[in-house]
Design a protein around this ligand. Sequence first.
Ligand code: ATR
Length: 280
Amino acid sequence: MSKHYAVFGHPVAHSLSPLIHLAFGRQTGIAVDYHAIDVASGQFAQTLLDFAERGGAGANVTLPLKQAAFALCDDVTERARRAGAVNTLVRNGETWHGDNTDGVGLVRDLTERHGLDLRARRTLLIGAGGAARGVAPALLDAGIGDLYIVNRTPERADALADALDAPGRVHSRYLTDLATLGEFDLIVNATSAARDGALPILPRSLVGRRCAAVDLSYGEAAIPFLAWARAAGCHDTVDGLGMLVEQAAESFARWHGTRPETDGIYTQLRQRDAVLVTAD
Ligand code: ATR
């Protein structure tokens, strides 16, 4: 039976992952069969089982299924356990092994593509959902300074801070207290707020000298936060396109044993993104 790969999500039709994985396959000479599968949360477990029975050997998982995927795994990597969310599934006999490559993808994009030194950066993480959970452990491992987490629903910020298990270094705060938190060197938007056209109100006082602002989304969804960041004087502004490509390369390496080069497809998607963003 030939091996299949897929990305599961809802909605997922506009996912760039199939394009990225096919490009990696061409580049490495590995025949890649990778499709997007749209599935609502309630049907995810059964759909994943059917996929495995048809020869599904690995999958990416995106919104809103990353926490559900974590629950369906028989074992997970340490970084997925700390995130409580899985974006990469590897079929292991009759079971699923789960990993989370989002955080390492983000750190690689920021440090290697954008040349940012993350060490000791006082960091604000806005959001405490699946995306925030995926990247927070890797940011801590990359050596950032104190991490402050704020979220619309404060209990989720508390839960994430607890799960990160780094007392004294990780702090949860209220969104309404942003004006009292001082200046940051790194601000990460991990909310899906822009998808509802509702960015939280962010005071300029958050922005320190040479502050980097990062939105984990890309395309239109990244525009409001990064526009705020530029206007507020952030030194660097980075969207999530590079992270998307880097997390895909990590997943590809898990499945096929070789890590593809990422600059070619990144440049291609960046040009395409510029066209899409300016199109309307
Ligand atoms: P994801 O995997 O993208 O993180 P998620 O787990 O649904 O998806 O989390 C979405 C994040 O965006 C959450 O932090 C959410 O805040 P809540 O935990 O309060 O729901 C945040 N978010 C979504 N819409 C928002 C809005 N309009 N204003 C502020 N935060 C918002």
